[in-house]
Design a binder for this molecule. Structure first.
Ligand SMILES: [Zn+2]
Length: 189
């Protein structure tokens, strides 16, 4: 898994990159779906993926890795392990993103923010906001897959770009061809 082409091949073989006709949580339809837990559930696959993100940011000597629950917890932990630092995560409390469980980010920290799959960047921006409030320096953002054009205001490194193509059902080419629709279950396109 030394380059992007082989990573993509590996993820496809594991069922992480699905092709078909999918109903997204937004109600739109797409011909591709990223089943991120096919990556996150397997330490043997996640470890080298996380190591590549860690390597990219290692020169900045991160002191903390910050992610968002739920999938981000697993990636954040593995990236922190590769960097020999620690990981905390942001979660929702009464609908607001917060640090719970006694997690703290110090003003003196150099934070690396990670996310498994970035589509609109919404949860990544929430995490970045929490880090900014702490006063810590932000080295950048790392992701496994990026699905759309996102501007986070910090350097973004991703292992794979998989632009999201989606359609309103009445404009969906696969609907017009009569291809059966699949509900991928777990949300997050
Ligand atoms: Zn369709």
């Amino acid at each position: 898994m030394s380059d992007t082409a082989s990573l993509r091949e590996t993820l496809a073989l594991r069922g992480a990159l699905l092709e078909g006709h999918f109903a997204l949580s937004s109600g739109r339809h797409s011909d591709r779906f990223v089943q991120k837990f096919r990556i996150l559930e397997d330490p043997a696959l996640l470890e080298p993926v996380a190591a590549r993100i860690a390597q990219r940011f290692a020169p900045g000597a991160p002191t903390i890795v910050v992610s968002a629950a739920v999938g981000g917890i697993l990636l954040g932990y593995e990236v922190a392990r590769a960097l020999r630092t620690h990981a905390v995560f942001v979660e929702k409390e009464h609908g607001r993103p917060v640090l719970r469980r006694g997690f703290t980010i110090a003003r003196t920290d150099r934070a690396l923010v990670v996310e498994d799959v970035i589509t609109t960047g919404g949860s990544m921006k929430e995490v970045l906001e929490i880090v900014r409030e702490s006063g810590a320096a932000i080295l950048g953002a790392g992701a496994i897959v990026v699905r759309g054009p996102v501007d986070l205001g910090v350097p973004l490194f991703s292992l794979l770009a998989l632009p999201l193509r989606s359609y309103e059902p009445h404009q969906c080419p696969q609907c017009s061809s009569g291809v059966p629709l699949t509900d991928p279950g777990s949300r997050r396109a």
